[in-house]
Ligand binder design. Structure first.
Ligand code: WT7
Length: 647
């Protein structure tokens, strides 16, 4: 192995409270080889071991990547909620399922046991069923990170309804589009939320969105702060008042989900559907082997359940495996920069899973002495997700968060993959700061040369990352747009799933993710589509054309730069600010551009396509722009450069 390798801390295995699920790198390789050579047998065995099926499947998987028609555990049936709640409530009713850490550390945290969780979920199921929610309907959830958000997700899963969790940072307009798209008749929210000491007006946003969603018949409101809020009699009902009218246990009748039921709203408005059993298995297998989760563990994932990280690693993986999930309502810097350490200490977390964007921020302000009184020696595994983690940030994380005692795993995956694709197996895989390391079980990776379209075999190759074998938690379609699903993932390289990321495979077979090769922007680990932001800009009355470019940013990984030209070149003093406001209100504050540049004209090809490649180079300070002959009017470039150098 190369010299930048960090082996698993010697004391890791010795201090393990039980026995790791995989004990050696040899074991990993043996399991991995089995999973690639005989995927059906491997996944069938894992499914039977980790999940409880109500009806056995007769075929492990069918279909191909070429045809984009994969299906898993055909003929079988299971209920995701039964797997995440009932079976643990039966076996170990008093085990904590959820520990809730409120935004303000002075407020009380809450512990919800598996038997309590079953009761809450059952009561919500009773309510939702009475309000007409049935298998296949989509319930929209717009909530802060509180236990009731998890209850809402699980209640949908129990009915076989589809949950569309919209991140509570989305604007009323973005929420409205998603409710309309889902045709939700029931929306679940709170009176308000609290985040980083600030109030978020969840109910007000839903009210505003609902004005254009006449199909909503029920707005269920959980009282989080007790604030005075507007009320629409007949439509709005209080969670606490309603739920107690329903039985604390919903019986077996509605348990079986045969078809695809999980639904994930993506910021890109790309809604993926997954096989319930396949998705849950991906969550459980990666939770068990990558994170080495055991039932006694307290797993703290700081992601929001409005994004896939929260779906899989706040809700489904930890609960399917019957451990305790720690959910945090607030932000890493409130009331101080040591908040994560304090939460981990208070709840004796064994795992922490976060994003490089937060680590970069904390690294700037934390000193060793701030952590003097912290004892987090129970912390076994540290995960990173969302974007590549730079080696110096990796080392800081290993040292400051884990005291060089915990295994670090940089987990590479995507919304569409459902669960980890490349990751270090905690306590097993020798780590290399900056590399996501080795493929996960059942994931057959390929690096493809983007010029020849040929797969590049062997080590020391760089190209586009693809996957050559189906895996259970992969998305099976984009709702209402199967053609887009085929074009985005399967028609790019025939027989492969195309990730959209560039990657390098080093001399040891380790993978280094280089970032997106397409027009996707990743800000603070949130994937945003350039086209959604550009459309929002064009909606502004004075904007003629807009191009959105992701440029490297020290803190957020990438930052959004918007370049616009105005109708009749009608410049106003406030236009830059107006456009930032425009994005904040149509999409949400997290999508706001860091810079807005107003230019006379944008460089275009003869057919009228904006040449983003040139703009990107200009914005990142490159002086060579490559072939500019396709741009209609070369003088345009000079003017843009002038504007860039002025800001
Ligand atoms: C894109 C997927 C899946 C969780 C959150 C993001 C980038 C994600 C890593 C990582 C390098 C990463 C990729 C990927 N990405 N994790 N560990 N190292 N890049 O989900 O919004 O679906 O975005 O995020 O570019 O394609 P997402």
């Amino acid at each position: 192995m190369s010299e930048d390798t960090i082996s698993v801390p010697a004391q890791w295995r010795a201090q393990h409270p039980t026995t790791p699920h995989i004990v050696s790198l040899l074991d990993y390789h043996a399991l991995y080889n089995e999973s690639i050579q005989n995927p059906s047998a491997f996944w069938s065995k894992q499914a039977k071991e980790l999940l409880s099926f109500t009806r056995d499947f007769h075929t492990t998987n069918t279909g191909s990547l070429e045809n984009g028609d994969n299906a898993w555990f055909v003929g079988g049936g299971l209920n995701a909620c039964f797997n995440c709640v009932d079976r643990h409530a039966i076996q170990d009713p008093h085990r904590a399922a959820i520990i809730y850490e409120p935004d303000n550390p002075a407020d009380e945290s809450r512990v919800i046991t598996y038997s309590e969780l079953l009761r809450h979920v059952s009561q919500l199921v009773g309510f939702l069923r009475e309000r007409g929610v049935r298998k296949g309907n989509i319930v929209t959830i717009y909530m802060p990170m509180i236990p009731e958000a998890v209850v809402a997700v699980l209640a949908c899963a129990r009915i076989g309804a589809i949950h569309s969790v919209v991140f509570a940072g989305f604007s009323a307009e973005a929420l409205r589009d998603r409710i309309q798209d889902a045709k939700s008749t029931v929306v679940i929210t709170t009176d308000e939320g609290r985040r980083g000491g600030k109030t978020i007006s969840t109910k007000r946003v839903v009210d505003e969105a609902a004005r254009e969603c006449p199909e909503i018949t029920t707005l269920l409101v959980y009282k989080r702060t007790g604030a005075d809020i507007p009320w629409m009699a007949g439509r709005d009902v209080w969670w606490d008042e309603e739920l107690k009218r329903y039985p604390a246990y919903t019986p077996r009748k509605s348990w079986i989900q045969r078809t695809t039921c999980s639904y994930f709203t993506h910021p890109d408005r790309l809604e993926s559907r997954k096989d319930t059993a396949g998705y849950l298995l991906g969550a459980a297998v990666t939770g068990k082997y990558v994170f080495d989760i055991h039932p006694e563990d307290r797993f703290f994932c700081s992601g929001d359940i409005g994004w896939i990280t929260g779906h899989t690693y706040v809700v489904y993986a930890p609960l399917a495996l019957g451990c305790t999930t720690v959910i945090f309502e607030g932000t890493p810097t409130y009331p101080s920069h040591t908040r994560f350490w304090e939460i981990i200490q208070r709840h004796a977390c064994t795992h922490f899973y976060g994003a490089p964007t937060a680590f970069r921020l904390l690294k700037r302000s934390i000193e060793k002495k701030d952590l003097q009184n912290i004892d987090n020696s129970q912390l076994r595994v540290l995960g990173s997700v969302g974007e590549p983690i730079a080696p110096e940030i990796w080392k800081w994380y290993y040292e400051f968060m884990g005291n060089e005692n915990a295994a670090v795993t940089d987990t590479y995956w995507q919304t569409e993959t459902g669960s980890h694709i490349i990751a270090a197996y905690a306590g097993v895989t020798p780590m290399k700061p900056g590399s996501a390391t080795l493929p996960c079980l059942g994931i057959d990776l390929a690096i493809i040369d983007p010029v020849s379209d040929e797969e590049l075999k062997g080590n020391l190759v760089e190209g586009v990352l693809a996957i050559k074998q189906p895996w259970p938690s992969m998305a099976r379609t984009i709702r209402g747009n199967h053609d887009r699903y085929m074009d985005s993932y399967f028609n790019v390289y025939k027989g492969y799933y195309f990730t959209g990321d560039g990657a390098f495979r080093d001399q040891d077979g380790y993978y280094w993710i280089r970032g997106r090769v397409d027009d996707v922007i990743n800000v603070s680990g949130h994937r945003l589509s350039t086209s959604e932001i550009e459309s929002a800009l064009i909606e502004h009355a004075s904007v003629a054309e807009a191009a959105v470019i992701g440029v490297p940013d020290e803190l957020t990984g990438q930052a959004i730069n918007a370049i616009v030209s105005l109708k009749n070149n009608h410049m106003t003093e406030t236009i830059e600010r107006d456009l930032v406001v425009q994005i904040r209100t149509t999409i949400g504050p997290f999508a706001a551009p860091k810079k807005v540049l107003v230019v006379q004209d944008l460089p275009k090809t003869r057919s009228g396509k904006i040449v983003r490649r040139i703009l990107r180079k200009m914005l990142t300070g490159e002086t060579e722009f490559g072939d500019t002959s396709t741009a209609t009017d070369p003088s345009v470039l000079g003017e843009i450069l002038k504007v860039i150098s002025c800001v």
